[in-house]
Design a protein around this ligand. Structure first.
Ligand code: ZN
Length: 319
C-alpha cells in the first residue's frame, strides 16, 4: 500500500534527473525577459507535441545573448537542489547562436558544488541530418557531453534516417538516448533500438501498445526516462490516472520519472515523484527504488553512483 510521505521528506531523497531540456527549464520570469526581446508577439498556446515544439522553438530563438545559457544552468541547479537532484543529464540544443552556448553551459555547470551535470546534444528530428552533424561537431571533444538525443515532433519523423549520425556519435563515445514512443507508437521505439542502438529511451510510454517490445525492454534492461506531467500536458496520456506508468513498472522496466520542460509545464521533480507514488502505490522503499532507477539509468561516474546509492539507502531507513 502507498504511504504518506511529506513533500519535504521526498525532497530530501537523492535523485538523478535524466530527461530534462535546458531550454525548457527556463523560469517563467526569465522566459518573460527572453520573450521581451521579440519584436513580434510569441504564441504560448499549445495542446499537443507539434504545437508545443513550435512555441518552444519561438522562445528558443530568443535565447541569444551571452550569459543566457549560464543563467539557465544556474537557475536550474538552484531549483534542482531543492528537489534533491544531485546529478542531471541535460539535453541542450546548441547552434545558431552568436556565442558558444554549449561551452557557456558546461562552464556554469562546472562551478556548481552540490550537483553534477552532464549534457546530451539534442538533435531536432524535423531538421535535415546535416544539422545534427553540425551540432555533433560543435560538441566534439567536450568531455561533459555524454550523449546524443533526438527530439521534436515525432510523428512522420522516424528514427531510421538518423542512423549515420548516431553511428558517428557512438564511435565518438557518446551514448544513444533518443526520444521515442511519445506521440508515435511502438514502431518508433523499435527503430530507436534497432537503428539508433538506444541505450536509454526518452519517454517510451507507447511501448505498452506492444507486449513483445515491453518484454524486450525489460529483458535488455533498456531504461525509460518518463515524464508524467509532460505526457498529460501534451495529450500523450489523457489524464494522470490514465498514464501507463503502472504498466511499465509492472513489466519490470527500469523507469525513472523526470520533468522534461518544467519551465513550461509548471512541474518539479518532487511533484513527479509524488505523482508516481500515487500511481504506483509506493511506500518508502518503493520511492527509494524509483530514485535508484534514476541512478542506475544514468551515465554518472561510478563513484558518484555509489554515493547516491548509499544516500538513497539511508533515506529508506530514515523515518
Ligand atoms: Zn523531452
Amino acid at each position: 500500500m502507498g504511504q504518506v510521505i511529506l513533500q519535504s521528506d521526498l525532497a530530501s531523497l537523492t535523485k538523478a534527473e535524466l530527461h530534462v531540456h535546458l531550454e525548457g527549464t527556463v523560469r517563467p520570469s526569465t522566459m518573460e525577459e527572453f520573450l521581451g526581446r521579440s519584436a513580434l508577439p510569441v504564441s504560448r498556446v499549445y495542446s499537443n507535441l507539434a504545437g508545443f515544439v513550435e512555441v518552444y522553438g519561438s522562445a528558443w530563438a530568443m535565447m541569444t545573448k551571452p550569459g543566457d545559457y549560464a543563467r539557465m544552468v544556474r537557475e536550474y541547479c538552484e531549483d534542482a537542489m531543492r528537489a534533491g537532484i544531485r546529478y542531471a543529464e541535460m539535453h541542450i540544443t546548441t547552434g545558431a547562436r552568436p556565442f558558444p552556448c554549449l561551452m557557456e553551459a558546461v562552464e556554469a555547470a562546472s562551478k556548481e558544488r552540490d550537483i553534477v551535470m552532464r549534457f546530451i546534444v539534442d538533435v531536432p528530428r524535423t531538421f535535415p541530418i546535416e544539422v545534427g552533424f553540425a551540432l555533433l561537431e560543435g560538441a566534439n571533444g567536450v568531455p561533459d557531453v555524454v550523449g546524443i538525443g533526438l527530439g521534436g515532433a515525432e510523428r512522420g519523423y522516424p528514427p531510421e534516417p538518423f542512423t549515420p549520425l548516431f553511428d558517428e556519435a557512438r564511435s565518438r563515445g557518446l551514448r544513444s538516448m533518443p526520444h521515442a514512443g511519445e506521440d508515435a507508437g511502438p514502431e518508433s521505439i523499435r527503430g530507436a533500438l534497432d537503428a539508433l542502438k538506444a541505450e536509454r529511451i526518452m519517454h517510451g510510454v507507447r511501448a505498452v501498445d506492444d507486449p513483445q517490445l515491453l518484454a524486450e525492454l525489460s529483458e535488455r534492461k533498456i531504461p525509460l526516462a518518463v515524464c508524467p506531467t509532460s505526457n498529460v500536458m501534451l495529450g500523450v496520456a489523457t489524464s494522470l490516472e490514465e498514464h501507463p506508468l503502472r504498466e511499465l513498472w509492472d513489466a519490470g522496466i527500469t523507469v525513472s520519472v523526470n520533468t522534461d520542460d518544467p519551465g513550461y509545464f509548471g512541474c518539479d521533480l518532487v511533484g513527479e515523484y509524488a505523482i508516481a507514488g500515487r500511481l504506483l502505490n509506493l511506500d518508502r522503499e518503493g520511492y527509494g527504488r524509483l530514485a535508484l532507477n534514476s541512478v542506475e539509468s544514468s551515465f554518472a561516474p561510478e563513484g558518484l553512483k555509489n554515493k547516491m546509492r548509499g544516500d538513497i539507502a539511508d533515506w529508506i531507513r530514515r523515518q
